[in-house]
Design a binder for this molecule. Sequence first.
Ligand code: NAD
Ligand code: GLY
Length: 387
Amino acid sequence: MQFPAATPTAPAAPAPTALRVELGERSYPILIGSGLLHSPELLARDVRHRDILLVTNTVVAPLYADELERSLAEGPAHGGSNASRATRRIVRVVLPDGEQHKTLATAGRVFDVLIANRFGRDALVMALGGGVVGDLAGFVAACYQRGVDLVQVPTTLLAHVDSAVGGKTAVNHPGGKNLIGAFHQPRAVIADTDLLRTLPDRELSAGLAEVIKYGLIRDAGFFDWLEDNVEALLAREPAALAHAIRRSCEIKAQIVGSDEREHGERALLNLGHTFGHAIESAGGYVGTLHGEAVAVGMLIATDMAARLGLADAALLVRLRALLGRARLPLLAPPIGARRALEYMRIDKKVQSGRVRLVLPVGLGDATVSADYPDAALAETLGAWFGP
Ligand code: NAD
Ligand code: GLY
């Protein structure tokens, strides 16, 4: 196993790392480390609210919700006085598990709870879960009384490295994924790496797809490191996981800090997503995990780039090998090129009716392009999704 020069002797249980997303007065910390949920003092730095709505789901609640609520109840609230700690209210909402529940109807249930409990504008919504819980709770926080505070406590690898950071919140619509949403940055991201111990292997691999994405779009050295360390990551070696999460969050924080609303380089973070969303939407959001769809989508994007002469065909070979070793799928479902294109046409990157594609142009570099021959897209889609 090899680590980069910056972490040559990485300890087994690394100390917490604090990164920052720089967005002026809306800047916030990303705390990454082991045992964070057990640290009332640490939580209290960013969570001083009296009223907290803890949004989680049926899988995560029995694992971590009691523990988090205990730490919150022990920490100082609302300026730190004992009186206000005694009056802290934590209301828990447990959502059904699964991407198919990331809907307006589910969000409506959460609004009902906020209103029934008469939570005000000074309330905090805390998301304890993977990207589905985080996106939905974030959407609720963005809308309730025109916006209340949000803290993300991610519990999947994908949420640690991607969805908890950056302020994209959304729910799905039967017509397409993440079509209804808002930008709403959290006040803090508290990423306790211990929570990943209970994550199913398949979900860990799905998170690795987004980790590999960062190497592909921005950091060739990180991609090399992933090639050297993918088995250590699958074995959940703490130092390897900590490095992968930290480097991914550094890249994401830098991109979000310079292009919060996706007017430019943030679109690169969607590499593989336009093709991947077609896979997820066609499957009704069941069967294929988001990270798995992104993995196949990255292969399709790289293949398209190779067909256009933007990327070397060797890049596709290298990417396929790494995704395969990360135990990710390498083939698209046979939904047909025309159907895939229909789903791609309602992607949020469509401008003036034209699908903009994120295409790798070499290891560690990618571009967004609407300037490609339609025939090249049709050929690529046909090759992957069938006629
Ligand atoms: P998920 O939230 O569905 O979680 C995956 C599964 O793991 C679920 O069954 C969940 O209950 C379970 N789980 C979560 N934490 C666990 C733990 N610690 N131990 C055991 N089981 C656990 O899926 P995900 O991959 O985390 O997120 C996917 C979602 O994230 C998609 O909806 C996608 O659109 C969204 N996303 C958003 C952004 C963004 O920037 N907002 C970025 C990437 C993805
Ligand atoms: N996951 C894509 C983004 O945050 O922009």
